[in-house]
Design a protein around this ligand. Structure first.
Ligand code: PA5
Length: 466
């Protein structure tokens, strides 16, 4: 079963105050224009993420590298991704979705000889120190992932790791434990790779960080830990085909984007929750949050108030004991998109015991997967009953083909939403000033202007510090 979207509970009259048929019909024309604009950008060569499923040469580059590791007899026991944001969240989502639970805790036999996968995604020294202390550096491979090749967090991770490797193994051996994933031509990592003969795989120049999971950013760690990357890319290709139609009714990513856009701009639903009922998909929700937030939260023109929905990640059934209270009775400013999986990889029958205890007796004989799914339906129904709009994405199972499809679905939805909102979904000017201030405080040579701006900011007022 391909990915399906049931949006009954987004619409009036199912949801009083929901999206009306008239709004939906009107939005169809807007979507067709957004679809045409995405196609035009693609023709102009700026939307490289759409070409990734068919880029055999790029896929082969990863497969050759992995094969080379095997042939050299240097296959790692641990793979560590150094990166942040779009360079880290994809590998995390892939590991959680497509490797068995507790992957890094399994022994070699249970991992079928595949390495553990660690993703740093931050510069908190506590985590980095703990990880480096635990690794056998001679059998660890460090993937330094940065599209720009200059992100402060990733470069710092790299410098720490490179120095530690050199200290432990010597500099020549250290280079054998490192691979870069970066822009094919530009940036400091590419320069270092050329100068020192460090292998470097390509992120095509027309693919931005948060749209790069189907480049070696995600595909290399996935292939190293034994994920079927051909199926991953095939699923993405299939989804791209499914979204070829400019008609809203026939385009699942377009429908998702348009529903969220209408809910936000016409119905005050500014917060958009993605809530998988599957531990395997929990990190996919974090990946979506970054994609949706960094792509759509923008000024339309200089100085305007800014637009964009606020994405939020939740997990069923866990968040039924947490955020769902807010979704049910808090401000009526949210949509919830549930993700359901028809066939979990595992299931467990709940034993029939304590038949004289009513709080336990009714559970016996059901299955945990059944309970999870019933709870999702119950929560969706309860939200609908309270007039809270929600929709459900369903997939048959969490496998590489389906996961590739979900990545492409959400990337395409983001591209369409960018046009619906009238913003450029592919830049991130809003994070630039903070970066410049960081450079200024760390003394980067080209940060004089930022230093002056920083110095003019109000200083902490002792009267306002408690
Ligand atoms: O989506 C984006 O562009 C960002 O989140 C980047 O992925 C993040 O800033 C890391 O950038 P880079 O890959 O250039 O190191």
């Amino acid at each position: 079963m391909p990915l399906r979207l049931d949006y009954t509970n987004m619409m009036a009259p199912s949801i009083p105050g929901g999206i009306t048929d008239a709004e939906w019909r009107e939005a169809a024309a807007r979507f067709t224009a957004a679809h045409a604009a995405v196609a035009e950008q693609h023709r102009a060569g700026t939307l490289g993420f759409l070409d990734l499923p068919g880029d055999r040469a790029l896929h082969q580059q990863t497969l050759n590298y992995v094969q080379g590791c095997r042939e050299r007899g240097s296959y790692p026991t641990d793979v560590v991704v150094l990166g942040i944001g779009g360079s880290a969240l994809g590998p995390i989502a892939l590991r959680t979705a497509l490797r068995p639970p507790q992957w890094n805790l399994l022994d070699d036999a249970a991992r079928e000889g595949n390495p553990r996968l660690h993703v740093l995604d931050n510069v908190d020294p506590a985590n980095i120190v703990a990880l480096l202390a635990r690794l056998d550096l001679r059998r660890s491979l460090f993937i330094v992932t940065s599209k720009s090749g200059g992100t402060a967090e990733t470069m710092s991770q790299y410098l720490v790791v490179r120095a530690r490797l050199a200290e432990a193994l010597g500099d020549a051996a250290a280079r054998q434990q490192i691979v870069f994933v970066t822009d094919p031509a530009k940036g400091a990592l590419r320069t270092i790779a050329r100068a020192e003969g460090i292998p470097a795989l390509d992120i095509p120049s027309n693919v931005g960080g948060r749209f790069s999971v189907l480049t070696p950013v995600g595909v290399l760690p996935a292939a190293l830990v034994g994920i079927d990357t051909a199926a991953l890319l095939a699923g993405a290709a299939d989804m791209r085909e499914r979204c070829a139609s400019p008609a809203l009714a026939g385009n699942i990513a377009g429908a998702f984007a348009t529903l969220q856009f209408l809910a936000d701009t016409a119905h005050g639903r500014h917060v958009q929750v993605l809530m998988p009922y599957s531990d395997a998909l929990r990190d996919m929700a974090d990946w979506f949050v970054q994609l949706w937030a960094e792509s759509l939260g923008k000024h339309r023109s200089a100085g305007d108030a800014g637009v964009g929905p606020t994405p939020l990640a939740a997990l069923g059934a866990t968040d039924q004991h947490s955020q769902v209270q807010l979704f049910m009775e808090g401000p009526a400013d949210k949509t919830v998109t549930f993700m359901s999986v028809e066939q979990g990889a595992y299931d467990v029958e709940i034993p029939t015991m304590h038949q004289d205890v009513p709080e336990l007796a009714y559970l016996g004989g059901h299955r945990l997967g059944e309970l999870l799914d019933i709870e999702r339906r119950a929560t969706a129904g309860a939200l609908a009953r309270r007039g809270r709009p929600n929709m459900t994405l369903s997939l048959a199972r969490v496998d590489a083909f389906a996961v590739g499809g979900i990545f492409m679905f959400l990337e395409l939805a983001t591209a369409y939403a960018g046009h619906l909102y009238g913003v450029n979904a592919f830049d991130q000017p809003g994070v630039e000033l903070g970066k410049q201030f960081t450079y200024a405080m760390l003394g980067r040579a080209d940060a004089d202007a930022a230093r002056k701006e920083w110095d003019q900011l109000p200083k902490p007022d002792p009267a306002r510090i408690i």
